[in-house]
Design a protein around this ligand. Structure first.
Ligand SMILES: [Zn+2]
Length: 443
């Protein structure tokens, strides 16, 4: 594996993270912030992963400079380093309050009160020191979700951008690494009839490190991605290429473009949208207000989960993807209610339940991984789970799961949809106009 090097990547990443940590939490960082940030930065430095974070942050900067927010899907989005370096908007700390003015910080001693609740769901509260309205933050995501229990896992960099800025993002990478060193991930398969089919991965980008002569690894050809981006693309299949080079996924997500245009049209910045507008999801009136969500399985989950706040939106996105359950590939009301009963919506839920029941982190993580990828519960895992007091019912349910997303990705998507719902409810005519313009572009 050849790795692109950025000079002083560790220092650049640390400086960037410290600057935003201090901006949000003050000069004297709360212990929980400092300890976690130091632990993650040390692990990233020891594994030489800082470059991946700097590249992801540079892409995020480019998009934000153009006024477009981003979402992050890969494991990179689950760390505090990713949050402080601007790769994700999802703060992975435990639910807490922070004061935007005097940096007062409050983390509840009473865990049960905050359990399974994101900081966005905390009731409104004023700062006891300066009286300003506190910000609720934190989506309860452990560092291990990003880095593994040995803290050595290489992050998957999978990021969504507004289609309008993808060319700019790729140009920014070209500027950083040289025009010819940014190449597309090719797809090539030998079809049964002996012919060779080629294509381009929808988002995959490789960056050729300075020490590598790309022609030693693969031929290149000119090609066009589904989103119209022209690139030199690897002749070899991208999975083959991943043995040599790191793949970064730069994927289009039209909703991010819609949000950007709604910001311009209404003058209401995305970031100013309150997270306490649960009346947006008036279930009795869903057809009108939430029709953008009424799209296949999403809608079904929406009607059954009955979102009351942000955490329910997060849960809904966990349930709504088509691969949750084995066998039916669909989300029936029974399955959703069963998931609710067991409190399983994402990978993190299983990990947290096992830890709470006293299982050690390594075993919990292994069991979570197996269940989340549809590999079920083997005999040893079943014994462990029963030993921790988990019911046959719970274990049986875990065996049926085909795939679970990480919470960071669901939270990222829920945030986009929360904001879409806000604009749609408050500026219906403008929303309609922007949406129909986007739909025409899509065609
Ligand atoms: Zn304050």
């Amino acid at each position: 594996m050849y790795v692109t090097r950025i000079q002083e990547a560790d220092k650049k990443l640390r400086d960037r993270c410290m600057a935003s940590a201090k901006r949000l939490y003050g000069e004297n960082l709360p212990d929980i912030v400092k300890v976690r940030l130091d632990r993650e930065l040390l692990a990233i430095s020891q594994c030489n992963h800082a470059t991946h974070y700097i590249i992801a942050a540079a892409m995020a900067d480019c998009s934000l400079y153009k006024g477009c927010h981003i979402t992050t899907r890969g494991t990179i989005g689950s760390s505090l380093v990713a949050f402080f370096s601007g790769i994700t908007e999802i703060n992975p700390l435990e639910a807490h309050y922070r004061c935007p003015s005097c940096h007062y910080f409050e983390l509840s001693e009473n865990k049960s009160e905050y359990d399974y609740v994101t900081g966005y769901d905390l009731p409104e509260k004023k700062c006891p020191v300066c009286g300003k309205l506190l910000i609720g933050d934190g989506a309860n995501i452990m560092s291990e979700m990003s880095m593994g229990t040995d803290m050595r896992r290489e992050p998957d960099v999978i990021m969504n951008f507004s289609p309008e800025v993808i060319q700019d993002v790729i140009d920014a990478l070209r500027e950083m690494f040289g025009k010819d060193n940014v190449i597309g991930a090719g797809v090539s398969v030998n079809a049964e009839d002996g012919t060779r089919k080629t294509g381009v991965h929808p988002g995959g980008i490789f960056i050729v490190p300075a020490q590598v002569e790309i022609s030693d690894i693969t031929g290149l050809r000119n090609d066009v991605r589904d989103d119209g981006i022209h690139l030199m693309v690897t002749e070899r299949h991208y999975r083959d290429m991943e043995k040599y080079l790191k793949k970064y996924d730069v994927l289009p997500k039209p909703e991010l473009g819609v949000l950007h245009e709604m910001e311009i049209t209404t003058g209401v910045p995305v970031k100013s949208i309150s997270m306490h507008e649960s009346e947006l999801f008036d279930i009795d009136n869903t057809d009108e207000k939430n029709s953008f969500l009424i799209d296949g399985p999403d809608w079904k989950a929406f009607g059954i989960v009955h979102p009351q706040g942000f955490i329910d939106m997060v849960r809904m996105f966990g349930l709504a993807h088509t691969d949750f359950f084995d066998g039916n590939g669909d989300i029936s009301a029974e399955n959703i209610l069963e998931a609710k009963r067991h409190g399983i919506y994402c990978r993190d839920d299983i990990l947290e339940t096992l830890l709470r029941k006293g299982c050690d982190i390594h075993t919990s993580y292994t069991i979570m991984n197996s269940i989340s990828r549809g590999k079920g519960v083997d005999e040893t895992a079943e014994k462990t789970m029963h030993g921790c007091g988990m019911s046959d019912d719970y274990v049986g349910f875990c065996k049926r799961i085909k795939y679970l997303f990480p919470r960071s990705m669901m939270a990222s998507y829920a945030l986009v949809n929360w904001r879409m719902a806000f604009y749609k409810a408050n500026y219906p005519q403008e929303f309609e106009k922007v949406m129909s313009a986007w739909n025409r572009k899509e065609e």
